[in-house]
Design a protein around this ligand. Structure first.
Ligand code: ADP
Length: 501
């Protein structure tokens, strides 16, 4: 594939991950960076590097791409990945866009438009209504809200990352909440269009990975459970979803495929659903919420249970559209879990942490994958997303996968910058998580006041860890631990004190 050159219009772990796939397929690569990000890990993964004005600056990115003879652009996730104007500009420049067509992104990218398509295909959606403060009278708003039912959730049509979302208990709050949601959505997405939908009382977030050939054919690669969320942001993802009735699972797959085929979807995508867990624990219904027209952060758990490399498929499709054949998806194998390691401090309401990474230990071994964007010597600031690394495990059963995740979290060390490792460790040993019986409300309710205590025992354990083979093998040397040091490094120590794996 030497006639190709692939640029990732992104940074950090996703750029590293795509560069690895390109290397494996024999395609030369170009990484981009901005001022202040010269020490980023993804730059060491590419054959060439080039500076751009910003990871969001389409003109600057395309100018570099043209100057350097780039033939393929992978957008990663976040940044420009779901901006149809970027996909259009890439295609107009004669470069292959490794994602869906811009028309499809436009049709499915907005939540209202996607709901309308789903409804046309008889896919169940959460009861919803448009919310136009300028056009609707109070009486109209009230009638629509009552049809949907309280509590309700205001959402932004262009929304993502929980932005522009507000839970509303009653009509008296509706207008004020809508005004603030519209402001937030306008500043985040340049579009303040809102709608509201019924707030499901005890939902689980389950999504289906799909891949379309752009000619009306598609496959699904099973589902992922992403119910462990903090303020609507995923923290822990797994595949398959535990304790899901087969009839619901079948319904999700059928609906997902209908959407892919109807929209002639091209490349990798995710169709998100909520299922409602009733008070007796049963699940009777599922509801489509939105489609993400890109590769997701949590795609590795799907790769683990299917053995299919989604980025390889994206590159194959992008380089040989006419002869491309959809992958044959085998029966799912075992169970996979991913956690998102972020540079944020759980003891201070998850404020982003900054620092210079002076030491890292990531375990390896059967069924362990680490996708990371950080490296020793790298400065971690607050200008970018706080996601530093993804820890992914794969085992024959869910029970073993959970144990493996506990092991991986126990053995991971990030030093020099604070992280949420202790929070993730605590989650991994929680009985409801171990059982796989959680809803999207779980973390915000049960882990709201989580605080990683640094105790004399945890410091002692930290010291013991420093004497261990794992630490010695890494060739590191460090000053003696102090309380603050322990917090920043062996984050999980206190939690593992009483636990023998
Ligand atoms: P965003 O695109 O901003 O991430 P989503 O529509 O994907 O927003 O929803 C994110 C999360 O918010 C869901 O996974 C779920 O936890 C919660 N959520 C969304 N819609 C509802 C709803 N109608 N009822 C209850 N929770 C919801």
């Amino acid at each position: 594939m030497n006639q190709h050159k692939l640029m990732v219009a992104n940074r950090s772990e996703i750029a590293c991950r795509v560069f690895q796939a390109a290397f494996e397929m024999g395609i030369p690569t170009l990484a981009i960076f901005v001022k202040g990000d010269e020490d980023a890990r993804h730059l060491t993964f590419a054959d060439e590097i080039a500076e751009v004005k910003s990871y969001l600056d389409v003109d600057s990115i395309l100018q570099v791409a043209k100057e350097r003879g780039v033939t393929l652009i992978h957008p990663g996730y976040g940044f420009l990945s779901e901006r149809s104007h970027f996909a259009s500009a890439v295609i107009e420049a004669g470069i292959g866009f490794l994602g869906p067509l811009p028309e499809t992104m436009e049709a499915l990218g907005g939540k209202i438009a996607a709901k309308e398509i789903a409804e046309k295909l008889s896919i169940p959606t959460v009861p919803w209504a448009r919310l136009d403060l300028a056009k609707s009278s109070d009486a109209e708003l009230k009638a629509a809200a009552e049809r949907v039912g309280f509590p309700l959730l205001i959402k932004a049509h262009a929304g993502g990352g929980g932005k522009g979302m507000r839970r509303v208990e009653g009509f008296s709050e509706l207008k004020a909440q809508a005004e603030s949601a519209a402001r937030e959505a306008l500043s985040a997405f340049g579009d303040g269009t809102l709608f509201f939908e019924r707030y499901l009382q005890n939902p689980r977030h389950i999504e289906v990975q799909v891949f379309g050939d752009g000619k009306g054919n598609g496959v699904h690669l099973y589902e992922r459970e992403c119910s462990l969320q903090r303020r609507h942001q995923k923290v822990w993802e797994e595949a398959p979803a535990p304790h899901l009735p087969e009839s619901i699972r079948r319904g999700l797959f059928e609906s997902a495929l209908k959407l892919v085929e109807h929209t002639r979807y091209r490349s990798a995508g995710t169709i998100e659903f909520l299922v409602e867990v009733l008070p007796d624990g049963s699940i009777k219904e599922f509801f489509f919420i939105e489609m993400n027209t890109r590769l997701q952060v949590e795609h590795p758990v799907t790769e683990a249970i299917t053995g299919i490399d989604l980025v390889h498929e994206q590159i194959k499709l992008g380089t040989s559209f006419d002869s491309f054949r959809l992958p044959e998806v085998p029966a799912p194998r075992g169970h996979a879990i991913e956690v998102r390691v972020c540079s944020e401090d759980p003891s201070q309401d998850f404020i982003p942490c900054t620092g210079l990474i002076d030491h890292l230990i990531f375990p390896s071994g059967p069924g362990i994958r680490v996708d990371r964007g950080i490296e020793v010597g790298q400065k971690v600031g607050t200008q970018f997303d706080s996601l530093c690394a993804k820890l992914i495990v794969h085992a024959g059963s869910r029970e073993l996968a959970v144990r493996k995740m506990q092991y991986v979290l126990r053995e991971t060390v990030i030093s020099g910058v604070g992280s949420n490792l202790a929070y993730l460790s605590a989650i991994s040993i929680n009985p409801s998580v171990v059982e796989g019986k959680v809803s999207t409300l779980f973390l915000d309710r049960k882990f709201k006041d989580f605080h990683p205590d640094v105790t004399p025992e945890s410091i002692a354990m930290f010291e013991e860890f420093e004497r261990s083979d794992a630490f010695r093998d890494s060739g590191a040397s460090r000053p003696a631990p102090s309380e603050s040091h322990a917090r920043k490094t062996w984050n999980s120590a206190d939690l593992w004190g009483g636990m023998k794996l």
